[in-house]
Design a protein around this ligand. Sequence first.
Ligand code: NDP
Length: 282
Amino acid sequence: MTIDGKAIAGRVMADLIPRAERLAQAAGRKACLAVVLVGDNPASRTYVRAKIKAAELVGIQGKELEFPAGVPQDELLAAVSALDADPSVDGILVQLPLPPQIDPDRVLDAISPAKDVDGFHPANVSSLQLGRPCTIPCTPKGIIRLIDSTGVSIEGKRAVVVGRSNIVGKPVAKLLLDRNATVSIAHSHTRDLKSLTREADILVVATGKRSLVDGSMVKPGAIVIDVGITRTAEGTLGGDVDFASAKDVAAWITPVPGGVGPMTVAMLMENTLECFEARINR
Ligand code: NDP
């Protein structure tokens, strides 16, 4: 069965509307999410637009800041620091990737953990590892919700995560571990990927390699979460999993588009309201 990420994300967002209203009444203003876009990468622009639109839908004020691709690092850092110091801003997101003259670590470090709605700040990353309260990165958080939507318990399952990035692979592996799955992480040096993925009751693929995993690599009855988004020269979107062959083997599978992507945006809205609530209660 297909896991309809778009529909599930729609329900999450609908549930967030009354929460956003309640918090706005308590604070005397709406939550505010600042989204920073650098350069003219069309995919980044699409993501930023989707995030601002989702914010408006939920009742969060979206504030978009755009910089040209050649912006000097100091200028960008100064702008992010100003947002961080602005009491009317509750969450800050800098759309990645950034142009080569910008060190993404310096930019992410300029956002204080309390406004780090992406959960990328080292303080949030280490808290996640230590099992302390923190902002959980949106995509991994959404992936767990999508798995939960199947009604299948994660506990005791064999989970394989393909990809070990800081924004998807590593944090989703930790979240699966926290839910008592037995987790393996594969990467580009993994030998015999197929024999590993065929063991997975839960298979999460986040590589950016189009159709890396096909049906022959999926365990019958598995839950398959396809995180990858790639675009062909003709503009067609696709994932890391060959949906056509995998769908007949898996019990549950996310499509691309319409799977993990919309859930990531919904989790961003949830994280923004969590940051807003924490600031109100401080
Ligand atoms: P990265 O490029 O940071 O990481 C890719 C990972 O895949 C690396 O760990 C790499 O291994 C591994 N990998 C590459 N080739 C292979 C291979 N042949 N076999 C096994 N592992 C391999 O990517 P991200 O994690 O940032 O993103 C992955 C994909 O997910 C992209 O398509 C991205 O666009 C998408 N994405 C989607 C989101 C959404 O909301 N739907 C959100 C974030 C990302 P190694 O470490 O050895 O290099």
